[in-house]
Every structure is written in structure tokens, then in C-alpha cells.
Design a protein around this ligand. Structure first.
Ligand SMILES: C[S@@+](CC[C@H](N)C(=O)[O-])C[C@H]1O[C@@H](n2cnc3c(N)ncnc32)[C@H](O)[C@@H]1O
Length: 239
């Protein structure tokens, strides 16, 4: 438990929470974001394509949407990891339906302890995953270990929207979000957690500082949808 925030980011707690909402995750995700989440992932995937990767790691893959989008647009192999067995179950089912099993492997694993050799991947993606890490810097450092020199790290994460949109967003996230979570996923707590974890997550410049501290180079961000989400891009230095 983080004493300054009272937010429990213990691995077992987080995986239990995502196991619980896995069956309704995709539907609710699109519904609650008015389908704008698709455009955020599209931005991420466009940036993946720019570095023309052969091997990609999708961390906190959840139900696999980022991984599938990458495979639709770019020929490569993907390793997709997550701590939630139930989210991975949904992702595996979708991989079979999309007939992409040959290009993707799913592994139950944690970001801070990746089951891969050093310098294995050209590109690593994490969409809406890093704010759940128990130890953000540990996760970022471990991802750098498995990234090839010159490889790219792409992070999509919630950030604090700018006024006047911030007032509307606050109203939405404190009221509609938990209510919809209760109605559709029968789990208001998970959607209160979503709001709180997003609210305390390092914002824009602070996140760039953390990436630099973890020795990522050329870190920058692009604000999306009035600053509600940021796409962070950074690289592992070449020797
Ligand atoms: C909000 S979902 C995002 C899923 C997917 N990337 C997407 O864009 O929809 C967050 C995911 O992160 C996973 N997760 C949380 N902490 C993790 C960790 N330390 N290591 C790996 N996965 C983690 C959760 O199990 C969950 O599936």
C-alpha cells in the first residue's frame, strides 16, 4: 500500500481486480471513452510502425488490443505479457478468432520481472499499464534491460486534462465512471481505482523526468484529447 495515496498497487490485488473485470473490459472500455480509446491506440501503433520492428513486447497487454492492431498493420512477432490470467484468456480467444496465433505469444508475467534475455526487443509498448505498476522505476528499468540499444519504448497513459476540459473530466470520472463500473462490470471499486490511479500518476513533465532518471533518451510526449491521455516516446541509448 502506498501510504501517501492509500492506493493498493500490490501485484495480487491488481491482478485480482483485472481478473474480475476481464469479461466486460473491452465493452466498457469503448463505452466509457466514447470509442476515443481506439484513436489513442491508433496513435501508438503508428509510432510503432515508424521504427519498423521485428520483435515487439507489449507489456500489460490486457485483452491484447494494442498487439492485434500492431499485427494488422505491421509484419513482426509479438510477445504479450500481463499479470491477469483472465485478461490473457480473453486475449488468447481473440487471437484465435483473428487467426494470429503464429505471430503472438502470451505470457503471464510481471513488468518488473520479465522472462526474456537482455536486448531482445526492437520496440516495447505499454498502454494504460504503467500507472498500475507497484514500482514504476523498477518496471521501466526492467523494460530497458530487454530493449535493444536504439530500441523504442512507447507508453500510453492517462494525464491531467487542461481547463476548461478538466472540470468536465473531473465530474465524469468521479460520478459516471464508478456508476458505469457498478452497472456494467458489477465492480465500482475498479473504476474508482481507475480514477484515483490516473489522478496521482506523474503528469507529462514529471513522467519525462522519471524516464530520464531511468536512463531513457530523447523522451517526449504528445498530448491527446485535451491532455486526457499522453503518448510518451523514449529510446534506449546506442553504445
Ligand atoms: C487498463 S488495462 C490495459 C490493457 C491494455 N494494454 C489496453 O490498452 O487495453 C491494465 C493492464 O495492466 C495489467 N498490469 C497491471 N500491473 C501489471 C504489472 N506490474 N505487470 C504486468 N501487467 C500489469 C493488468 O492486469 C491489466 O490487464
Amino acid at each position: 500500500m502506498n501510504p501517501s495515496t492509500n492506493l493498493n498497487k500490490n501485484k495480487e490485488h491488481i491482478s485480482d481486480m483485472f481478473n474480475d473485470i476481464a469479461p466486460s473490459y473491452d465493452r466498457l472500455n469503448h463505452l466509457l471513452s466514447f470509442h476515443i480509446d481506439k484513436s489513442w491506440r491508433k496513435k501508438l501503433v503508428a509510432s510503432v510502425k515508424q521504427c519498423n520492428p521485428t520483435r515487439v513486447l507489449d507489456v500489460a497487454t490486457g485483452t491484447g488490443d494494442v498487439a492485434f492492431k500492431i499485427l494488422q498493420q505491421h509484419k513482426c512477432s509479438i510477445s504479450a505479457i500481463d499479470i491477469s490470467a483472465k485478461m490473457l484468456e480473453v486475449a488468447k480467444r481473440k487471437a484465435t478468432e483473428a487467426d494470429v496465433n503464429e505471430s503472438i505469444e502470451f505470457i503471464e508475467a510481471e513488468a518488473a520481472q520479465l522472462p526474456f534475455a537482455d536486448e531482445s526487443f526492437d520496440c516495447i509498448t505499454v498502454a494504460f499499464g504503467v500507472r498500475n505498476f507497484e514500482d514504476l522505476e523498477k518496471g521501466l528499468t526492467e523494460m530497458k534491460r530487454v530493449l535493444k540499444p536504439g530500441g523504442k519504448l512507447l507508453i500510453l497513459e492517462f494525464s491531467k486534462p487542461k481547463p476548461p476540459f478538466s472540470y468536465l473530466y473531473a465530474l465524469y470520472s468521479y460520478t459516471i465512471l464508478p456508476l458505469a463500473g457498478l452497472m456494467f462490470a458489477k465492480n465500482a471499486k475498479a473504476y474508482v481505482y481507475l480514477q484515483r490511479s490516473a489522478a496521482i500518476f506523474p503528469n507529462r513533465e514529471a513522467m519525462l523526468d522519471i524516464l530520464s532518471k531511468c536512463d531513457y533518451k530523447k523522451a517526449k510526449y504528445t498530448s491527446l484529447t485535451f491532455g486526457m491521455v499522453c503518448l510518451y516516446e523514449s529510446f534506449k541509448e546506442k553504445p
